[in-house]
Design a binder for this molecule. Structure first.
Ligand code: NDP
Ligand code: 8X3
Length: 251
């Protein structure tokens, strides 16, 4: 039977790459994000590959909007086999005494509360069917803390903890939970972190070979395609030039 994957934050980067990777490997897709036009273009593109696709435009921070959009799915589309909780961002790169409080709200509301808003609606559908695989896109920033990473790191430590918590609470419902913790991946991430400063963002990925969004999508596909008795609990994926959050060898 055809499987259904819901991917949040599919308009860019890792989420978009995961849409292609899961779509081209037999999943039908529910793709979400705030930027409607990008979702429409992506739908057209995946449908050219004969992938069945629905798009939902909502902000994961808005609990009512999130619940409404998901509940409005036709019943058969609510049979979600794979939930990729990917929508997330960093905003700002300041020491804790100089951080912008709106940036802090944005990260906590998106990365933690947004992930919970989506999960709280979708998980009961998985529990009912006793089938499901949740992929939480956390980060190396959820394993370590680095200078000026403060609140972003805290939000990703929360995602890491929630992956463990979900695994514990859902194990008796036959639901798998995989925590994905990438290091430096070249996407729109740094542009968003630096509030649109493209030049500064570009420098993050210069002098070494960063990971691509497709590399992480490969890992997601690997995790979801294991046999049913096997759960990849946690994957940390780094560029070869990166040893940890603060050690990156640049030429
Ligand atoms: P991108 O900026 O390229 O993509 C982020 C995605 O998240 C976009 O599709 C965006 O969609 C969506 N998003 C952000 N805020 C919201 C919101 N409030 N509601 C709905 N969707 C939202 O970055 P990445 O692909 O790199 O990031 C994906 C995930 O990977 C994030 O959780 C990030 O923290 C994590 N990560 C990234 C790493 C990296 O180095 N790039 C490393 C480790 C983890 P839209 O704007 O259309 O709403
Ligand atoms: C994104 C990777 O190192 O910028 O989570 O935190 S890092």
């Amino acid at each position: 039977m055809i499987k259904t994957a819901l991917i949040t934050g599919a308009t860019s980067g890792i989420g978009k790459a995961a849409a292609f990777s899961l779509g081209l490997n037999g999943y039908r897709l529910i793709l979400t994000g705030r930027r409607k036009q990008r979702l429409e273009e992506l739908k057209t593109e995946v449908e050219q590959h004969k992938v069945s696709c629905k798009i939902l435009v909502f902000d994961v921070r808005d609990r009512d909007e999130t619940q409404y959009a998901l509940e409005a799915l036709p019943e058969k589309w609510k049979q979600i086999d794979v939930l990729v909780n990917n929508a997330g961002l960093a905003a700002g790169f300041d020491p804790i005494d100089k951080g912008n409080l709106d940036d802090w709200d944005l990260m906590i509301d998106t990365n933690v509360k947004g992930l919970l808003n989506v999960s709280r609606t979708v998980i009961p559908w998985m529990v009912e069917r006793k089938i499901g695989h949740i992929i939480n896109v956390a980060s190396i920033a959820g394993k370590e803390v680095y200078p000026n990473g403060n609140v972003y790191c805290a939000s990703k430590h929360a995602v890491d903890a929630l992956s463990e918590a979900m695994r514990i609470d859902l194990v008796h419902h036959n639901i798998r939970v995989t925590n994905i913790a990438p290091g430096l991946v070249e996407t729109e991430f740094s542009e968003v972190r630096f509030h649109g400063d493209k030049e500064r963002a570009k420098q993050v990925y210069q002098g070494y070979e960063p990971l691509t969004a497709a590399n992480i999508a490969d890992c997601i596909l690997f995790a979801v395609s294991r046999p049913p008795h096997m759960n990849i609990a946690d994957m940390t994926i780094l560029p070869t030039a990166q040893a940890n959050s603060t050690t990156v060898i640049k030429k």
